[in-house]
Ligand binder design. Structure first.
Ligand code: SF4
Length: 334
């Protein structure tokens, strides 16, 4: 069975962007692959090192969202990154295999460096060693479970390419040790925000969370961007420029052809259209939220799932690292 590594940083609750961008796929894949899902608390600390409580709380929130969305702990190992010390050890070994200039050349890093400079000025103080080394620790996460498949969005491809380079170099110097991980590209890498933004993102404050109440969903949908040309209820409009229509499609509204036709013919009001969307989103979220409530009421069960997932991952990481130390001639006293 092939091995998949995937996961999320413990920076907040998961939203529809996560669901359609990756979770939906992971839920399907968990039955056919040896699946490891990491809750990346160490990587969350690269941006939140002064707020460890936030990271700790979000480990639990992300775990709840995984279970609520349909990740089956009997199929997938959900684990906490910081509890796999082998990853830290492998990060140190990998750090010799990549130059600082190569890390700066990574397009995703370049973009984030530019963003940080814009926010914090040009003195470089905001660029920490941990931030720059992020792709190296990501490579170690992948290699620690010897994953051969990694689901990613296009924006994460440069990081995966860097991981592939590091792993190849390791295999060349020390002998075949790791699989070279292949990307599994998401079909829906970026889910647009209801505000028309190209990405649903916490930092843009345009997310519909899997745990949102009907009231919260309604507030967000009611302020969604629609066709600005439509002023009155019976004005014809262009659904292709409307975020409500985009979400009707995303939610697989069985009435989608009518939505399109009625919108174009001026037979559909935006308020009615938005109410239909709110109902569809809530219908979609209902089983997810029911499972979330189940687990919220059983914190000891969630803890057990995380503990077992982490133990299984640690077992695998220890096996991998035994081989790494042998190949690197670091297997003293063994
Ligand atoms: S009727 Fe619906 S699809 Fe058409 S512009 Fe209004 S909200 Fe958008």
């Amino acid at each position: 069975m092939e091995t998949i590594l995937t996961g999320d940083r413990a920076t907040g609750r998961l939203h529809l962007g996560h669901y359609f961008g990756s979770l939906e796929n992971r839920i399907k894949m968990q039955y056919n692959y040896d699946t490891y899902i990491l809750i990346a608390d160490v990587q969350a600390l690269t941006d939140n090192f002064s707020n460890p409580k936030k990271v700790r709380d979000n480990v639990y929130e992300v775990a709840l969202d995984y279970l609520a969305a349909g990740i089956d702990p009997k199929q997938a190992h959900i684990y906490i990154q910081s509890l796999i010390p082998e990853t830290a050890e492998l990060t140190v070994y990998f750090s010799n295999l990549v130059s600082v200039s190569r890390l700066f050349r990574n397009p995703t890093t370049k973009f984030e460096v530019a963003q940080k400079k814009e926010l914090f000025g040009n003195n470089g103080e905001s660029i920490t060693y941990g931030f720059l080394g992020y792709p190296v620790s990501q490579a170690a996460d992948i290699a620690c479970v010897n994953a051969n498949l990694v689901p990613v969005g296009e924006d994460q491809l440069p990081h995966l390419e860097q991981a592939r380079e590091i792993v190849r170099k390791f295999n060349k110097i020390y002998g075949e040790t790791f699989n070279v991980p292949e990307p599994v590209l998401s079909k829906n890498p970026r889910i647009k925000g209801l505000d028309g933004n190209e990405k649903m993102s916490k930092s843009l404050n345009n997310c519909i969370y899997l745990s949102d109440s009907e009231e919260e969903v309604a507030k967000k949908v009611m302020s969604a961007v629609t066709d600005p040309a439509k002023i009155k209820k019976d004005d014809p409009a262009n659904p292709d420029v409307c975020m409500v229509y985009y979400y009707h499609k995303l939610m697989k509204n069985p009435n989608i052809d009518n939505v399109c036709k009625e919108c174009k013919n001026g037979q559909r009001g935006c308020v009615f259209c938005k109410r239909e969307l709110i109902n569809n989103i809530m219908q979609f979220l209902e089983p997810i939220q029911e499972r979330r409530r189940y687990y919220e009421n059983r914190p000891e069960e969630v803890e057990k799932i995380l503990k077992e997932g982490t133990e299984a991952t640690r077992k695998k990481a220890m096996e991998v690292m035994k081989r790494v130390r042998e190949h690197m001639k670091l297997d003293y006293f063994e």
